[in-house]
Design a protein around this ligand. Structure first.
Ligand code: IMP
Length: 449
């Protein structure tokens, strides 16, 4: 399986980082293809916790080629900090590659994202405020600054000047808002008075630091694929946050679906052999937007606590709910997922009965077995559930399918049938070894030729 894509099937935070970390051991290249530092991956290795936002999880294997593809938006301040943080902990970052075509998040993107979230814009999405949306907007408007621009001061200055021109009004309004808020005693930390000269200087400095990592990352993938070596395409965010296919406008500004791996890494559809969808055993969502199976009660609070459902990037409490098989079925079809990984099954221990949403009911009576295309229906959808018995006791020591309680196996079986894809791997705790390969031994990815 030389080309393997890892995608989230829900609203993100499914535990993709841990799965990539596991599979990366046998891969030659790990490449991220979309999103930016809105993502957050937590990996627990030998009792040590690593939180990564931009660098692919495979970096913990010394010398492994870990690439940030052209489809990613990169905040160079965050990336240089992340590199430095790993170095200080003794991690070898020599395998890191950064696409020369990736777009950069600029200070004005972060400010504009904040302005949107202050309702100076019309709608509150609950973004991570990392500048993701404005950076992708500039990319589409052909006003983006790319990684390769960091290597040429004249071009960099010219492009930043052009990009800032259209934003001056919005930045002025933001500064007025800041002053108003300051007078009211609200001392938020931002400064919308941007100065071209200091931005160019700071970005040239980032350029010098990042230069050893800048590469043609598409070519790097082709070379690996052409010699039958394994390339892991690491998705961030998830299907239901996809700009085209998610719960728009409550989505991120990129395409986390599997099809985007081709565009965001620079490979063709025939380079992809397998697509693994990651699903948490229950559902979570951060930020605003519809969430049909949300549990706004003690049980929801219990899941939040048991699952440690607080954002890696923003620390926000995640909304929690039951597994939504309507959305999961949609994700399986949309991404052509051929294997599911169910994470955090241990968090459901002691919850009895368990529920899985099998279809939606509209208040006027219509029922939906498939994910409705109309956003208004999703907003008012009432979930219909099937109930299954839960199990008691800790399952964190399970390593084989037969170690799992019968009720847990039944739950996984029901999920697989409702979703239309087999469950290959199950997470039973945060540790790297706390996984169960279903039915068979751990598969061996094709070794490098
Ligand atoms: P943005 O990506 O920062 O623009 O945020 C848009 C929406 O996507 C918000 O609801 C965020 O909470 C959500 N989001 C972005 N990245 C992640 C992630 O990695 N996990 C979960 N939700 C995310």
């Amino acid at each position: 399986m030389p080309g393997l894509v890892i995608v989230g099937t829900q609203w993100g935070d499914e535990g993709k980082g841990k799965v990539v970390d596991l599979l990366a051991e046998q891969a030659d290249v790990v490449i991220r293809f979309q999103g930016g530092n809105n993502a957050g991956h937590t990996i627990v290795r030998d009792g040590e916790t690593f939180k990564l936002h931009l660098i692919p999880s495979g970096i913990l294997y010394p010398g492994k080629i870990c690439a940030i593809g052209n489809g990613v938006v990169v905040d160079p301040a965050v990336l240089t900090d992340e590199i430095e943080g790993l170095r200080q902990r003794g991690v070898d970052v020599s395998g890191l590659r950064l696409s020369a075509n990736a777009h950069l998040i600029m200070p004005y993107h972060v400010l504009l994202d904040r302005a949107g979230e202050l309702k100076l814009g019309k709608l509150e999405i609950g973004t991570t405020r990392r500048g993701i949306g404005p950076a992708y907007a500039d990319k589409a408007a052909r006003l983006g600054i790319r990684v390769q621009d960091l290597l040429d001061e004249k071009i960099l200055r010219k492009k930043i000047l052009a990009a800032m021109d259209s934003k001056m009004q919005a930045l002025k309004e933001l500064e007025v808002e800041r002053k108003k808020r300051k007078q009211k005693g609200d001392d938020e930390e931002w400064d919308a008075r941007l100065d071209l000269h200091s931005i160019v200087e700071a970005y040239m400095r980032y350029g010098h630091r990042l230069e050893p990592h800048i590469a043609d990352t598409a070519k790097l993938c082709w070379e690996a694929l052409d010699r039958d070596a394994t390339v892991l395409f690491e998705g961030a965010q998830a299907t239901m946050l996809d700009l085209d296919h998610g719960t728009y406008p409550f989505v991120t500004s990129s395409n986390p679906v599997a099809g985007a791996a081709c565009v965001g890494a620079g490979v063709g559809p025939r380079d992809i052999d397998e697509i693994w969808g990651i699903a948490k055993a229950y559902a979570t969502r951060v930020g605003a937007g519809p969430f049909p199976t949300e549990l706004d009660d003690d049980l929801g609070e219990g899941l939040r606590k048991a699952g440690g459902e607080f954002g890696t990037t923003t620390g926000r409490a995640r909304r929690t709910g039951w597994m939504d098989a309507v959305a999961l079925r949609y994700a399986v079809r949309l991404n052509t997922i051929n294997a599911l990984v169910v994470t955090k099954l241990d968090v459901l221990s002691g919850v009895d009965p368990l529920r899985i949403c099998t279809r939606y009911r509209h208040p006027e009576g219509a029922v939906f077995d498939e994910f409705p295309y109309h956003q208004s229906i999703i907003h008012s959808a009432e979930p219909e559930y099937t109930e299954l018995p839960g199990w008691e006791g800790d399952i964190g020591a399970a390593r084989r399918e037969s170690d799992l309680p019968r009720e847990a196996r039944n739950y996984l079986q029901a999920l697989s049938e409702l979703a239309g894809a087999p469950v290959r791997l199950v997470g039973v705790g945060p540790g790297r070894d706390q996984v169960v390969w279903m039915g068979e031994e751990q598969p061996h990815l094709r070794a490098a030729a």
